[in-house]
Design a protein around this ligand. Structure first.
Ligand code: NAP
Length: 285
């Protein structure tokens, strides 16, 4: 069994990104390379995520902009901020930090983001490109999972991949990315029957459901690769994933831990997408 070291892969990938940003800056930039984070309200978990994103930008030389709006902002206020950032040449990419306050229409706001700045891959436009097999800005977490699989040379072609969880942000794009790499994909969710029978036959299992230690050893076949996207709390309030790591690990060829697996890759791929967006906006291949 090998533990997939997401921290190490993230560090190596961030170093590559920092070198690329430095090389682009050395050539002279017409527009800056920048990421804007729109943060509506004061969700405590989001505060930590936003801080991490801004710090990560600084570390690789990407300029960051925090657009902070009050909890009671009207739809028009958030829409105006998105439109302003769409027009700002120094902003290569932007993300709307989720969750947003309940009175705001999330999908409507997301679709105001200019698709070429949608570095979270969450607009209908970018999702449509992904779904139809064209180049796109891919949602950061599933993109990070693909990076991990490739870094460890885990074979995908013709393999049975099971994704548990069908969210727009993780499960659905994850399934599509594995399909694009010629896996035979089964996408499971809360209404799936006989889930364990399905997961036991999988070469690769990706779990993204938000239920602490849900995947147990009797749900996994010998030699499977298990990717844990979950970020949950166990009975003692300790960070854990959707996989019962202690129970499952011995059966696996590869497994990601929580923390230190998929998590560090998400922000890393946000940085990668920001550079990709900058390059495509400026005609750099
Ligand atoms: P979400 O939007 O809440 O979706 C959860 C999905 O899991 C739904 O499709 C749901 O099915 C399915 N599900 C729930 N219980 C299930 C069960 N017992 N059996 C099978 N399927 C079940 O969650 P999300 O945003 O995708 O996030 C999932 C987890 O990943 C969370 O722990 C989140 O914190 C974590 N996450 C981590 C990162 C990272 O960077 N590491 C990034 C994003 C998310 P239905 O559709 O039928 O309801």
């Amino acid at each position: 069994m090998r533990i997939i070291d997401g921290k190490a892969v993230a560090a190596a990938t961030r170093e590559e990104i920092a070198n690329e940003v430095a090389a682009l800056r050395a050539k002279g930039l017409k527009n800056d390379i920048g990421l804007a984070v729109i943060f509506v309200g004061d969700n405590p978990a989001s505060q930590v995520y936003v801080r991490n994103k801004i710090k990560a930008c600084e570390e690789v030389g990407i300029k960051s902009y925090l657009c902070k709006l009050p909890e009671d902002s009207a739809f028009e206020d958030v829409a105006a901020a998105i439109k302003r950032l769409n027009e700002d040449g120094g902003v290569s990419g932007m993300i709307l930090q989720l969750p947003i306050p309940k009175h705001l229409d999330e999908n409507k706001l997301i679709d105001l983001i200019s698709p070429d700045k949608d570095v979270d891959g969450c607009t209908a436009s970018q999702k449509g490109l992904l779904w139809t097999g064209r180049d796109s800005l891919v949602a950061c977490t599933p993109y990070g999972v693909m990076k991990l699989l490739d870094y460890y040379d885990i074979p995908l072609e013709g393999k049975n991949a099971v994704v548990i969880g069908r969210s727009n942000l993780v499960g659905k794009p994850m399934a599509q990315l594995l399909l694009d790499r010629n896996c035979t994909v089964t996408l499971c969710h809360s209404r799936t029957r006989n889930l364990a029978d399905i997961t036991r036959g999988a070469d690769i299992v990706v779990v993204a459901i938000g239920k602490a230690k849900f995947l147990k050893a009797d749900m996994v076949g010998e030699g499977a690769t298990v990717i844990d996207v979950g970020m949950d709390r166990d009975e003692n309030g300790k960070l854990c994933g959707d996989v019962d790591f202690a129970d499952v690990a011995d059966k696996c060829a590869y497994i990601t831990p929580v923390p230190g697996g998929v998590g560090p890759m998400t922000v890393t791929m946000l940085l990668a997408n920001t550079v990709q967006a900058y390059k495509s906006q400026n005609g750099i291949i």
